[in-house]
Design a protein around this ligand. Structure first.
Ligand code: COA
Length: 340
């Protein structure tokens, strides 16, 4: 095993405490790491090339101090793509199923990732329907450093969540979590955020960008008394049950979460329709005229253009990504960015 400055090829093993981790190829930069913990070494691996000789000397100093044994092997000063990066990361940063005691850590990590709506009920739903996995740092008392969720929909894995704590990003943890949470599914899909590491991670996992998902804000028209025309007459009954447990109004073709807080919009969280122009007017009519309504709409849907002609504005957007062969039905005109 070799640890040198910049991105340098090495083959061999890293000794962390009592464990010996064998990697095909390793790329480390101890200058950038500042310590020799597995996580800092992983983060340093993505750092740009620096002075090889000086850093190599320092690497050995840090390695000895940190209990990481460094044995020179072969090296080059060119950056090299790791062949089995995810496997190496998974060995250094164990991934396991989430536990109830992890909830507070997961909510905090999601907040750092600017994701609203991740709470205990949401995490319970994902865990019950699919997989909720966490990555831990053995050097920090196995503290949770990231998490990922997925639920099966029509035989494909929908990646609901992928978050790494801000200090641990860029070290391969997100990629390793993504591989674990989609393992066993050839067909995968997700809504990617604009974070610079999100799309590369999904592309590496075989997902291709398809179309934007637009988050639109506008106003109700307040011209009708709310009536509920349920029950829901489509699929995804487990998802509808989750919305019902949150107190949402479930119609035959739409689900509306009414807000009692003027700072929070009413949210249409699901709508299936062959005639969205007619159906959306019916829903907006049941919302008071000055109240804000939020909807997530696939950009190719005619509903996206229609709402914008009615004064709705795009306040955020994600990118729907999927492996080849995954297609959503055109009737799905309003969806949830995490749960679809
Ligand atoms: C998106 C996120 C989960 C990725 O996790 P991560 O551990 O930082 O990512 P990784 O180190 O595994 O890198 C994943 C890919 O992104 C690339 N990458 C990492 N950081 C990057 C950056 N700052 N800019 C551009 N690319 C970057 C990596 O090179 C890698 O691509 P590759 O496999 O082709 O080499 C994490 O950055 C995060 O939590 N971001 C904020 C929350 C968020 O937006 N989550 C996504 C929700 S859809």
């Amino acid at each position: 095993m070799v640890v040198v400055g910049g991105n340098v090829v090495v083959g061999g093993r890293v000794v962390v405490g009592a464990s010996v981790v064998v990697v095909d190829v390793e790329v480390l930069d101890v200058d950038a790491a500042g310590s020799a913990s597995p996580m800092s070494l992983l983060q340093a691996a993505r750092a740009p090339t620096s002075n090889v000789t000086a850093t190599r000397r320092r690497a050995n100093e840090v390695g000895r101090a940190g209990g990481v044994h460094v044995t020179p092997s072969s090296l080059t000063d060119r950056a090299v793509q790791l062949k089995s990066w995810c496997e190496a990361v998974t060995m250094l940063v164990p991934i396991r199923h989430a536990r109830r005691a992890d909830v507070a850590a997961l909510v905090a990590i999601a907040e750092e990732g600017e994701a609203p709506g991740v709470d205990e009920g949401y995490l319970d739903f994902v865990a019950a329907q699919g997989r909720l996995l966490v990555a831990c740092d053995p050097e920090q008392d196995n503290a949770v450093v990231g998490f990922a969720g997925s639920i099966p929909i029509g035989g494909a894995a929908m990646v609901t969540d992928l978050f790494v704590g801000s200090r641990r990003r860029g070290a391969g943890v997100g990629g390793a979590l993504l591989a674990a949470v989609t393992d066993g599914f050839d067909r995968r899909m997700t809504c990617s955020s604009a974070h610079p590491a999100a799309l590369p991670a999904y592309v590496r996992a075989g997902l291709e960008p398809q179309w934007p998902v637009l988050v639109l804000h506008g106003h109700g028209t307040g011209s009708a008394v709310p009536t509920i025309d349920g029950p829901w007459r489509h699929d995804r009954h487990e998802l509808i049950g989750y919305y019902e447990s949150l107190g949402a109004e479930v119609g035959a073709d739409h689900v509306l979460q009414r807000s009692t807080d003027p700072r929070t919009p009413h949210r249409v969280v699901r709508m299936m329709s062959d005639q969205p122009a007619v159906d959306i007017d019916r829903i907006l009519a049941t919302v008071p005229a000055d109240d804000t309504v939020e909807l997530c709409v696939p950009a190719p849907s005619p509903l996206a253009a229609l709402l914008q002609t009615r004064g709705f504005a795009v306040v955020d957007d994600d990118l729907f990504c999927a492996t080849p062969g995954v297609h959503l039905v055109p009737q799905l005109v309003v969806l949830h960015r995490g749960l679809l």
